[in-house]
Design a protein around this ligand. Structure first.
Ligand code: NAP
Length: 239
């Protein structure tokens, strides 16, 4: 049944903060058995405190051997949600250190693919995979060519993977600017200034909230007739 998560086993890779934590919370409220992963045990403990009943496992998605062991230990799962991210890769192309872009791929592109590949043998045939990309893939915004490469590459892979792994489904949610701890690398005043600037460029007139992206994740995971697609949850920023 579409959208019925009761008793379903769901892994949220990168679920200790931001969009992943919001998805974990919504899935838990929908009566799924949710396990979140992340690297920091402290962040995982805080997440477990904020959503009593979810399980946490510290696993680094850039460590393939650790991922293989993690999914082996989990046994069969119904849905995989991949919300992990790096931070590098932004900047004007003419001066962007390509080592930054390499780090950007190492922080998001490869860990997301390793997570999906490691999970695949364990996902039920009625199950799904939902990854989180970013609208930088299509924005054409100066300073985001590197982010376009990382997120666009992931988005371009979705349709072919969907055909290969059928009947398991795979989709992506592509967010615009969302108020999450991802932005905490900026001092509070700079973060607010950046949010104000993006809000002014966004038809919705504001930046997004993690729950709004999580809502899209639950739609994609729960609708058995949707596969191979990318949905944008960006307040219209990419228009
Ligand atoms: N926030 C935005 O404006 C925005 C916009 C467009 C797209 N996105 C995308 O949305 C997704 C969620 O981002 P967010 O804003 O929610 O970021 P976030 O709050 O920083 O959350 C990232 C999560 O991923 C985990 N993580 C990162 N690297 C990991 C690794 N190698 N192994 C395991 N866990 C890892 C983090 O925990 P640890 O650090 O403890 O590992 C954390 O739980 C990302 O793919 C991001 O690129 C965000």
């Amino acid at each position: 049944m579409s959208g019925n998560f009761e008793g379903k086993k769901v892994i949220v890779a990168g679920g200790s903060t931001g969009v992943g934590l919001a998805a974990a919370r919504q899935l838990h409220h929908a009566k799924a058995q949710v396990t979140i992963t992340g690297r920091s045990k402290e962040k995982l403990a805080q997440a477990a405190d904020s959503v009593p009943g979810i399980k946490t496992v510290a696993v680094d998605s850039s460590d393939r051997a650790a991922l293989d062991q993690f999914f082996q230990e989990q046994g069969p799962i119904d849905h995989l949600v991949v919300t992990l991210s790096g931070g590098k890769g932004a900047g004007q192309f003419s001066t962007l250190p390509l080592t930054d872009l390499l780090e950007g791929f190492e922080g998001k592109f490869w860990p997301q693919l390793h997570t999906v590949q490691a999970a695949l043998p364990h996902i039920s045939k009625n199950g799904s995979i939902t990854i989180v990309t970013a609208v930088s893939s299509i924005l054409g915004l100066p300073g985001t060519s590197g982010l376009a490469a990382i997120n666009g590459s992931l988005e371009l892979m979705i349709p072919a993977i969907a055909k290969e792994i059928k009947p398991v489904r795979i989709n992506a949610v592509s967010p615009g600017v969302i108020d999450t701890p991802w932005w905490d690398f900026l001092p509070q005043a700079d973060k607010q200034a950046a949010f104000n600037e993006y809000a002014a460029q966004t038809p919705a007139g504001r930046v997004g909230q993690p729950d709004e992206v999580a809502n899209g994740i639950l739609f994609l995971a729960g609708n058995n007739f949707v596969t191979g697609t990318v949905i944008r949850i960006d307040g219209g920023l990419s228009l």
